[in-house]
Ligand binder design. Structure first.
Ligand SMILES: NC(=O)c1ccc[n+]([C@@H]2O[C@H](COP(=O)([O-])OP(=O)(O)OC[C@H]3O[C@@H](n4cnc5c(N)ncnc54)[C@H](OP(=O)(O)O)[C@@H]3O)[C@@H](O)[C@H]2O)c1
Length: 331
């Protein structure tokens, strides 16, 4: 048997195939029927102590945009925009992603506004990058900074955007999360030489993302906080009529015996499958309230929360998908 890809190029050939009988008992022993859970884990770059082997001064690198004041990239030239960068034709371009700082005086809209601003800037750069043939042989490395608090939320959005862009343009973009420590800058050359789509550059070395299997014990362990769950306590799931919410509600009822569940979505009880959904979860043992609430409206969410005095957990799944390829996305 010859196997080929869609273009007809050979992939594998099979000289012989031997089948042997497997009993139902043997399959049952291999697992308990549960779908194994996986998660992204950061593991040290397999290539050993990169710092010893790699020179500190990266040649042919550039920084796009303003170089943050605390960057220790002394040997790397900064270019204000892509037009200036084109002339330099660097092999690697670092795009520092700004970390927004919020102050006590900022209102509730400040973070979403900053997030959209940063996301729009990064999107614009990614779009211009793929449209620019002169930069085709260069890689753009979007550098996010490890940070807690509001900056972390912005980083998460930027990282999600870059990962989507990588799916379309795997050769063009690299995502580098940096711990912001001067001592870890020396690891960047090794991190980028590794040809990994995403790296985490930390004082203890370069880490790369790998898919890891969650241990069976961890999958079945009760998350902390659940042991103090009282009979009146309840959970709120936003986006409550959606696919993820339904799965989560089932899981809470059947695995954690959390039965008081409020499901909130904009249509709420007017959702076409509302009655079936509530009936099904009730049959499983749930005490379900399906309510109409637009969680992007502060007044509606305040009203909802005020009516839930024993609320113990909120799970957010509300969202609207508006997919587009990189060049068709709008800020
Ligand atoms: N399913 C997946 O495998 C997957 C993977 C990655 C990411 N996601 C994302 O995770 C989110 C949930 O996924 P899903 O598959 O469950 O999506 P879904 O089936 O489309 O459900 C989305 C739910 O959110 C509700 N909703 C939307 N806007 C809302 C708002 N402003 N306030 C309250 N409720 C709102 C919708 O109901 P109403 O229209 O009535 O408000 C619906 O109940 C989506 O954003 C999706 O893109 C899903």
């Amino acid at each position: 048997m010859e196997l080929a890809d869609a273009a007809g190029s050979p992939v594998a050939s099979v000289r012989s195939l031997v089948a042997r009988p497997v009993s139902a008992e043997q399959i049952a022993k291999a697992g308990d029927g549960a779908v194994p859970l996986h998660r992204v884990e950061w593991v040290p770059l397999p290539d050993g102590d990169a710092a010893v082997r790699v020179p500190a001064g990266p040649e042919g690198w550039a920084v796009l945009g303003a170089r943050p004041a605390d960057w220790a990239w002394t040997g790397v030239s900064a270019y204000p925009d892509l037009a200036a960068l084109e002339e330099a034709a660097p092999s690697v371009t670092l795009l520092p992603c700004p970390v927004p700082e919020l102050t006590d005086g900022d209102d509730a809209d400040a973070l979403p506004a900053r997030l959209r601003e940063v996301l729009g800037e990064v999107l614009g750069t990614l779009q211009q990058w793929v449209a620019n043939e002169r930069l085709a042989s260069s890689r753009l490395v979007v550098v996010t900074r490890d940070t807690d608090g509001p900056g972390g939320l912005v980083n998460a959005a930027v990282e999600g955007l870059v990962r989507s862009a990588q799916a379309e343009h795997p050769e063009s973009f690299v995502l580098a999360r940096w711990d912001g420590d001067d001592s870890s800058v020396r690891f960047f050359p090794a991190a980028l030489a590794a040809a990994e789509p995403q790296v985490w550059v930390r004082a203890d070395g370069v880490h790369v993302a790998r898919l890891g299997r969650v241990a069976r014990e961890e999958q079945t362990a009760r998350p902390s906080g659940f042991e103090v769950w009282g009979p009146q306590d309840s959970a709120l799931i936003t986006g409550g009529t959606g696919g993820l919410a339904t799965l989560l509600a089932e899981h809470l009822i059947t695995h954690h015996h959390i039965t008081n569940i409020t499901l909130a979505s904009r249509q709420g009880p007017n959702h076409p499958g509302a009655t079936e959904l509530v009936n099904r979860l009730t049959e499983l043992g749930g005490n379900i309230t399906l309510t109409a609430c637009d969680v992007s409206d502060p007044t509606q969410i305040t009203e909802l929360l005020t009516g839930l005095p024993h609320l113990k957990a909120i799970i957010h799944t509300a969202g609207v998908l508006n997919d587009a390829t990189l060049t068709n996305q709008t800020p």
